[in-house]
Design a protein around this ligand. Structure first.
Ligand code: CDP
Ligand code: CDP
Length: 221
């Protein structure tokens, strides 16, 4: 199997999963959505009515969680134990709480171990916040995608509208800014560009233009 690892990091709604999925399909690599994993842990803790500020209580949920993926179109299907939670992990409530849960040491360790296990199998495109810095520091290709907060909120707004979700642009901008702040300021593996990552500002760029740019970067490696 192709041992190449491609790490795609960046803030919320920068286009990471869209670009990563297209690359994985084109290259015949495995796509790993690490954000989905943190969302599953958050959902599992919320369902147990745990106070999410209680780190030990959240950590105690981990041994009972098995996270798995199955191919799906247009989105990869996500499972918590045997239950499909693909849609539920994208709810406004899970999105609002995930950055609290993802800051905890035990949660990060468990997810990082799982992500490295999956990546050990061969060619992989993995997207998240700390892939280039922590999970796969030796990845051959590291991309850091960014875009203005306004553009990212508009992108998410259109996506939510298509799903019939009732959100406002103002609320989405505020939620994205808050999550970016928490993700960038946490103690363990904060959202940060790896020193050897290539930053790509996707503001005003179409998905095809971003894919093109990333493929050009990959070709130079
Ligand atoms: O798709 P979106 O950008 O909204 O978020 P996501 O990629 O699904 O990630 C959800 C949350 O999980 C992030 O806001 C982070 O708190 C956390 N996360 C993380 O801490 N580390 C990662 N490698 C991926 C996600
Ligand atoms: O994974 P991440 O949260 O970084 O973003 P995403 O879920 O891949 O992208 C968020 C939304 O922006 C999706 O609806 C994409 O179709 C859209 N998008 C876009 O309109 N233009 C781009 N250049 C990249 C993504």
């Amino acid at each position: 199997m192709n041992p190449i690892q491609i790490a795609i990091d960046g803030p919320a709604s920068a286009g990471k999963s869209t670009i990563a999925k297209i690359l994985a399909t084109d290259l015949n690599f495995v796509y790993v959505d690490t954000g989905a994993m943190y969302r599953v842990v958050t959902l599992a803790a919320m369902r147990k009515n745990i106070v999410l500020q209680d780190e030990a209580a959240v950590a105690a949920v981990l041994p009972n969680i098995n996270i798995s993926f199955k191919p799906g179109n247009p989105v990869q299907r996500v499972f918590l134990n045997d239950e499909e939670v693909t849609a539920e992990i994208r709810s406004v409530d899970v999105t609002a709480n995930v950055s609290v849960v993802s800051a905890y040491a035990a949660v990060r360790q468990a997810m990082t171990d799982l992500q490295r296990d999956i990546a050990a199998g061969g060619g992989v495109v993995m997207d998240g916040r700390d892939i280039g810095t922590t999970v796969l520091p030796n990845a051959a290709v590291k991309i850091f995608l960014i875009a203005s907060v306004h553009e990212r909120a508009v992108r998410r707004f259109k996506e939510n509208q298509a799903k019939g979700m009732d959100t406002t642009l103002e609320d989405l901008e505020a939620a994205i800014e808050k999550r970016d702040y928490l993700d960038s300021h946490r103690e363990i593996s904060p959202l940060k560009k790896a020193t050897d990552a290539i930053e790509l500002d996707t503001t005003g760029l179409s998905i095809a233009e971003v894919v093109d740019s990333v493929k050009r970067i990959i070709a130079t490696k």
